[in-house]
Design a protein around this ligand. Structure first.
Ligand SMILES: Nc1ncnc2c1ncn2[C@@H]1O[C@H](COP(=O)(O)OP(=O)(O)O)[C@@H](O)[C@H]1O
Ligand SMILES: [Mg+2]
Length: 363
């Protein structure tokens, strides 16, 4: 079923993306992989479908929303890893059992003290990785460990990179996969180009997901509606794709909502877009004020250059912003993948974010 909310896990529900899938599967057999792309572009689905097709066992950690007030304790990471490890996916039930045993032993060591010292928890985590590595070796298959929305780990109370770089360097039966929507932040977190990062100079392969083309987006909607025995007319679908671009998560959301209503008018398109924009607004309302101003300015301009954005932001702020303030806001918005810079101009990456930003009151 194409129109379903959760990340896809089965190939038959996963539309197109065959090249990326092949790329991911080939790479993950040999080296660590970074999967990047904006929100709702299908990263989690690609990884899950990709891994389900491989012989390799894997552990999947979803780090979305795990940091509270920009903090994630090392203890929480330990709990998340043990929890995810007990759900290891492997075609061999013997391996699954071994992993469960490993997790149980290491966890038992952790329950004696409710509030474990950080350093001790860190050592337990390392011990867990070591045992998993050993189990994978005995099983003669590399174990893939996925950190989805991995940039969240920068909020860990102890440097997780150091620990993961240790895994990278010394545990040859574990392959790490990092995925993230905040592309700039993820890149900084891993820091293969940063001499101060423990990952400096390490090799990581990359798979990047781009939006669907107009044709593919149309095909996706058609196929999705056909599965539900619905047949909206071509013009309706074209109008929807004009508004939604090629972000598959929004196309899916659109398909689901329209299918619920079973009405194919322009009004339905507007209604569904409004619901999506309301969801998105929460996300951008949490941004710092200068970023909201700049985003709001950007949402009203077509391919604006720096000076256009500055002028519009000034008028929203009813004062002259200083250049550094605007530059800093633009840089941050790029790091978090809200906007992109193409040549000399800037654009909001997601059409729904753009729609939500138009209604933003930057105060
Ligand atoms: N190739 C695809 N075919 C069908 N549905 C997809 C595809 N890629 C993503 N989706 C759907 O789009 C939404 C977002 O996908 P997800 O994998 O969670 O994206 P991301 O991890 O990049 O945020 C989900 O509803 C998912 O089911
Ligand atoms: Mg995801």
């Amino acid at each position: 079923m194409l129109f379903s909310e959760k990340p896809k896990t089965r190939l038959e529900d996963f539309f197109n993306r065959r090249d990326e899938l092949k790329q991911f599967s080939t790479l993950v057999e040999r080296s660590p992989v970074v999967v990047k792309g904006v929100r709702r572009i299908g990263k989690s689905s690609l990884i899950r479908v990709g891994l389900s097709l491989l012989e390799q066992p894997y552990i999947y950690l979803d780090l979305r929303g795990t940091a509270i007030n920009k903090k994630i304790s090392i203890r929480t990471i330990f709990e998340l890893l043990t929890l995810s490890a007990s759900e290891t996916s492997s075609k061999s039930s013997r391996f699954v059992q071994t992993v469960k045993d490993v997790v149980r032993e290491v966890s038992i060591a952790s329950v004696f003290t409710v509030k474990l010292a950080q350093e001790r928890t860190r050592n337990l985590l390392l011990e867990l990785f070591r045992r998993l590595d050993k189990a994978a070796k005995a099983h003669a298959h590399k174990l893939v460990i996925v950190f989805d929305e991995a940039q969240t780990l920068r909020f860990a109370t102890l440097d997780m990179r150091e620990l993961l770089a240790n895994v990278y360097d010394n545990m040859e039966n574990i392959t790490l996969v990092f995925a993230g929507s905040q592309i700039g932040v993820l890149k900084e977190f891993i820091g293969v180009e940063d001499p101060y990062s423990p990952f400096y100079g390490r090799y990581m392969a990359e798979v990047e997901l781009k939006p669907f083309s107009r044709e593919l987006s149309l095909e996706f909607l058609k196929q999705g509606f056909t599965e539900l025995s619905l047949k909206p007319d071509e013009r309706f679908l074209e109008k929807a794709v004009d508004e939604l671009d090629g972000i598959v998560g929004w196309l899916t959301f659109f398909g689901l909502k329209v299918a619920e209503r079973r009405r194919f008018s322009e009004k339905t398109i507007e209604e569904v877009l409004d619901i999506a924009a309301t969801l998105e607004r929460k996300e951008i309302e949490a941004l710092p004020k200068s970023q909201k101003l700049v985003l709001s300015a950007l949402s009203r301009l077509d391919n604006p250059r720096w000076s256009d954005i500055k002028r519009m932001s000034d008028s929203f702020a009813e004062r002259k912003l200083n250049d550094t303030e605007v530059n800093r806001a633009l840089k941050s918005l790029i790091r978090y993948s809200f906007i992109e810079k193409k040549g000399e101009s800037y654009a909001i990456t997601d059409p729904i974010t753009k729609k939500a930003a138009v209604d933003l009151t930057p105060d």
